[in-house]
Design a protein around this ligand. Structure first.
Ligand SMILES: Cc1cc2nc3c(=O)[nH]c(=O)nc-3n(C[C@H](O)[C@H](O)[C@H](O)COP(=O)(O)OP(=O)(O)OC[C@H]3O[C@@H](n4cnc5c(N)ncnc54)[C@H](O)[C@@H]3O)c2cc1C
Length: 396
């Protein structure tokens, strides 16, 4: 199916089998505001590691399984099938770091992250810098350059810092105030807690998951220069690398969510009796199922094709456009499928105990984070004009 090898099918089956054990907890965690008993969270985390499903994006050089992009997509697709972030225990640490991490960074953060012992969060977005992160106001001032006391002093406030409450280290992106790269960005890695890093407030969001997204302030935070990721001025490069990866994985999770909804609505339409006959016998309902299945099929085919072009080593710029195309396509598709699913379930679809209701809320953010749909359209459009349709569409 879909030209998958035996290895591909094995990893997909393994991920699906694990995710199927998480689905029974969905309603409990939804009604508990996203929180499961600590012992159960630990059990899920350990089981993800035991089954070889943790850090599936990491290369062998840092202790990861070295999966292909397509295999990573197959795992993330399964992650998307379960609500309330329950499958976030199949965590993917920052794979772009493997190429530039110093020995100290490998030892203190990256290898422990791959082993599931440490967990990161990202503090990039600000009140006035979301879609356009080049507008950051958080500053990093270098002090004692070249001396033993070489460090940065970070000041600013970050928004939506996902997983801050469960993370033990944080990437913070800031603008350099002085030196040859003044005005450019740095990415720094900082342990949590560190003096000067404080939660301003923790807003409530549409979904109910254990990972919070607080607003976090950095006040005169001292970060040793050895905690600079890559070089000064490279902050945006990592963001771009992360986006390319994460947009494809967002697409994968959206495809997984869509598949679950198509399965659930098809089963419901086959068994629910309305006016003396199964719901599925009403052609207006059948049409909704058909539209969802057709759109899912197309989105998944595009997703796998993009993953295969990543594995084939396609040019980064072209991949940037393709990652945007597939994120746009799959997130918008999932939104439509979730909307139809609620409709098919009727009043049940408006109950929080129903998967369609939860997906309907949870999938909304997929069209916003990692670049809103409008931004993805801009990227695709700009690449079309710059490189031509043949390059972007792979018609060469
Ligand atoms: C639940 C959640 C978790 C998040 N986690 C993190 C995290 O861990 N770390 C982090 O750093 N950030 C995180 N974010 C931030 C997220 O990446 C931003 O919300 C997103 O990039 C959009 O930025 P914004 O919210 O400031 O929207 P804005 O930039 O204010 O844009 C608002 C809307 O305007 C439109 N728009 C914006 N620019 C353009 C344009 N050029 N052309 C046309 N239309 C445009 C889009 O429709 C967009 O949705 C998270 C956000 C959410 C909601």
């Amino acid at each position: 199916m879909h030209g998958l090898t035996d290895d591909d099918l094995e990893i997909r089956r393994r991920a699906r089998a694990f995710v199927d054990t998480l689905i029974p907890y969905e309603v409990e965690v939804e009604l508990a505001g996203g929180v499961l008993p600590e012992a159960l969270v630990k059990e899920h985390h350990e089981e993800a590691i035991r089954r070889g499903l943790y850090a599936t994006n990491m290369p062998k050089s840092v202790g990861g399984p070295g999966l292909s992009a397509l295999q990573q997509v197959l795992v993330q697709e399964q992650v998307g099938r379960v609500t309330n972030g329950l499958a976030w225990c199949l965590h993917t640490p920052p794979q772009w770091w493997a190429e530039v991490a110093t020995e100290e960074q490998l030892r203190r953060w990256l290898r422990p992250a791959v082993a599931g012992e440490r967990h990161e969060c990202y503090a990039i977005t600000e009140e006035f810098a979301g879609s356009d992160v080049s507008d950051l106001a958080t500053t990093a001032r270098r002090v004692g350059d070249g001396t033993e006391d070489d460090h940065y002093v970070v000041n600013g406030t970050k928004w939506h810092v996902t997983s801050f409450n469960v993370a033990d280290y944080c990437f913070v992106q800031a603008v350099l105030t002085e030196g040859p790269h003044a005005g450019e960005h740095v990415l720094l890695v900082v342990d949590l807690p560190t003096p000067g890093i404080d939660v301003v407030r923790t807003p409530a969001y549409s979904h109910h998951i254990a990972d919070e997204h607080p607003i976090v302030s950095f006040t005169d935070v001292r970060v040793p220069a050895s905690q600079l990721v890559g070089a000064e001025g490279e902050g945006m490069t990592f963001a771009q690398d992360w986006f390319r990866f994460e947009r494809v994985m967002v697409a994968a999770r959206c495809v997984g969510a869509s598949a679950r909804l198509v399965e659930e609505t098809t089963a419901f339409a086959g068994s629910r009796i309305v006016g003396g006959q199964p719901l599925g016998d009403y052609q207006l309902v059948t049409a909704m199922l058909a539209d969802s299945a057709t759109e899912l099929f197309a989105a998944r085919a595009a997703l796998y094709e993009v993953a295969r072009t990543i594995d084939a080593g396609e040019d980064r710029k072209v991949l940037h456009a393709r990652a945007s195309m597939v994120k746009l396509l799959c997130s918008e598709t999932a939104g439509r499928i979730a909307d139809r699913a609620v409709q098919i379930f009727g009043g049940r679809g408006y109950m929080r105990e129903n998967v369609a209701e939860r997906m309907y809320r949870e999938l909304r953010v997929e069209r916003i984070w990692e670049g809103a749909s409008e931004l993805q359209r801009l990227i695709v459009g700009q690449q079309l004009l710059k490189r031509g349709p043949a390059a972007v569409l792979g018609d060469d």
